[in-house]
Write a protein that binds this ligand. Sequence first.
Ligand code: CP
Length: 311
Amino acid sequence: MAEFKHKHIIALRDLSKEDIELLISTAESMREINCRDIKKVPTLRGKTIINLFYEASTRTRTSFEIAGKRLSADTVNITTASSSTTKGETLADTALNLLAMKPDIIVMRHSVSGSHYFLANKINCSIINAGDGAHEHPSQGLLDMLTMKDRFGRLDGLKVAIVGDVTHSRVARSNIQGLTKLGSKVFLAGPPTMMPPGVEKLGDVTVCRTMNEALQDADVVMMLRIQQERQGKTLMPNAREYSRYFGLNPSNIKLAKPGAIIMHPGPINRGVEMSSSMVDGDQSWILKQVENGVAVRMSMLYHVCGGELGE
Ligand code: CP
C-alpha cells in the first residue's frame, strides 16, 4: 500500500494525486464497518480527537465524531458558543491549552482562510481542516470524489459542472484541486459577482458564460450554496432572479447526460439553488454524499495517525 506522509490535512492543494487516491481507496475499504451490526473497530484505540468548531456545522462535525468513534478513538467536541472564545481567548491560546491535554488530532472549522496553517506552526499534534473561510474543505472534496467514483467507477474524463457562489465556496476550491488532479474536466458557472477573478489559475477549469453551457453533457452537476453569511453585501438582485438564471430545475437538467448525478454539499436553500424535485429526485446523490462523509473522515483520521493499527 502507498504511504501517506502528511501529518496534517489542510488542503487538497497540498496533496498529490496518489495521496488523494489513497484516502479514497481507504474510505472504500473502511465503509463496510458502517454497515455492520457492531459499528466499531479498534484501529484508533487510545487516540484522542478534539473537534473544534468555530462555525456552525451539521454534517461535518457529526460525521467526524462518528468516524472517530467507529475507529474507537476518544472524541471531544468544542463549539465556540460554549467555549472560552466567548471570553476573548485567542485561537493560538485555545489551541495551546487544548494541546496541554495531549490530543492526537485537532479537527477544526474556522471562518478565517489559512487559520490551520497558522496553527500547524504552533502545535505538534495533527490538524485536519473541516473548512476554513472560503479557502478549502478537503473532507468535502474527498467525499464528493468518492461519490462520483461510486456512480461512474472512475474520475478520469468526467465532466463536472460546478454552479453557483464559487467566490465564497471552499467546497468548490477543494473539488477543483482534487478533480483536476484526478483527470476530471471542471466547468464553472455562476453570476459574475460570485465568480472570483483568476479562478482558472486554481486548476485546469473552464469558466462558462451561462449555466446551460456548464450543464451541457455533464456527468455530474454540483450545485453550491449561496453563502450569504460570507457576502459583505448582497451579490444578487433577489432569490427568484438567482433561481431563474442559476437554479437547477427539471428543464435545464435535461442538458446534462441522461445518467448524470446531482450533488450539493448542504445545507440546501430549496427553491433557490435547486427545486425540491431535483433535491429529492432519482438523479440526486446528495444523501449518498453524506453517507460517504463518514468513511472518508475515517480514512483521514486513520492516515494522519500514521496508518497504524491500534493494539
Ligand atoms: N457540507 C458541509 O460542510 O455541511 P455542514 O456545514 O453541515 O458541516
